[in-house]
Design a protein around this ligand. Sequence first.
Ligand SMILES: O=P(O)(O)O[C@H]1O[C@H](CO)[C@@H](O)[C@H]1O
Ligand SMILES: O=c1cc[nH]c(=O)[nH]1
Length: 345
Amino acid sequence: MIGCVAVASGNINNFYKLSIGLKRANWQLCVVCECNIHSLINKSCNMSKGVELKNPNLARMPSDYLYHLAINVANTADTSDIQRQFGDVKVLCMGGTPSRMRELARYLRNELGNSDNSEPVDLAEAGHRYALFKEGPVLCASHGVGSSTASVVLHELLKLLKYAKCQDPIIIRIGTCGGVGVAPGTVVVTKDAYNGYLRNEHEIPILGKRVVRPAQFPEQVIQDILRLSKRSDDGFDTIMANTMSSDCFYEGQGRIDGAVCDYDDAAKMEFLKEAHKLGIRNIEMEATMLSSLTLQAGVKAADICVTLVNRLNGDQVEITPETKKDYEHRPFLIVGRYIKALLGK
Ligand SMILES: O=P(O)(O)O[C@H]1O[C@H](CO)[C@@H](O)[C@H]1O
Ligand SMILES: O=c1cc[nH]c(=O)[nH]1
C-alpha cells in the first residue's frame, strides 16, 4: 500500500510529508519511504538537463535583476549575453568567506592547467555583499554565515545557472565546521542534514506557515567524492556522515561560551551525544538549507566541510591561523580531484 501511494504522489514534497507522517505513526513504514526518497534523488541526478526552476512567475518576468550579485538579466527571453559569460559553468563552489573562495579559484586555476597569473576578478563586487569568481567552468561564490545569507545568494545563483542554460551543474559547499566525536582536521561529506531540533528536515516559515522540506544530499555524488579520497594519500580522514545545521553558532550549536546561555555543560553534552547517536559527526550552519533548496531546484549538490574542533572536548576554536589554513585547504584537494574527474581532466 505504501509503494502505491508513493508512486501515485509523484511529488517529492508530498512524498516527504507522507514519510514524516508515517515516521510519527510507525517506524517500520517510515524506513520503506525513506529508501524511496533516496532513489528519487539519485534518479533525478542521473538526467542530463538544464536548470528548470519550480517558479512559474519567472517565465512572466521580462527582466530579472540579481540584486545581491549586481548581475542584470536584461531580457529573460534572450539571455545570450548571460549564456556567453556563464553558459559553460559545470560546478558552482560555495563557502563562507570571499577570501577562501578567491583562494579556491586560484587553486582550481592551477589544477585545471590554466597558466593565467592575473588576480581572480570578483564578478559580484558591485553588489557589495558576496564575492563571485569564475575559473573556466567553475564558479566560486561566498555565502556569508548561516542559511539566511546563504539562501539569498543561492536563489540568485540558481537563477543565473538557469538563465545561462548551464547543463547539469553541481553545487558544492566547501566549508568549516565543528566535529562531533571526530578528530579536528577530519573532512566530512554530508549525507543527511539535521536541523537544530535534531530533525532530518529543513524548516522555514513561508507566508506565515511552517514549511518542512526534505534535506538529503544525493548518495551517488557522495560516493563519487569519497572514492577520490584516501587517508594513506591525503594524511587525513574523509568520511560520510550526517550533519547538524544550526541558525546560531553559539546557543544553536549547544555552546556554553556565547553571550547568553541558560543551560549547563551536562545538558550540552547530553545534546551532543544524542546528535552523535543519529550519526551526526559535524555541525555547521547551511547544510539543511543547501540540501533542501537544491533538491527543490532539481540540482545536484554536496557539502564538504573540515572540522576545526571536536565539540565533545570543548567549544572554543583554538587552532592557530596556520593550522586553520592547512585544514581549510583539505576540502580543496578533494573538490579539485572531483572537478577534474567530472571534466575528464
Ligand atoms: O566555514 P564556512 O563556510 O563559513 O561555514 C561555517 O563557518 C561559519 C561559522 O563560523 C558558518 O557559516 C558555518 O557553516
Ligand atoms: O564549531 C563550528 C566551527 C565552524 N563552524 C561552525 O558552524 N561551528
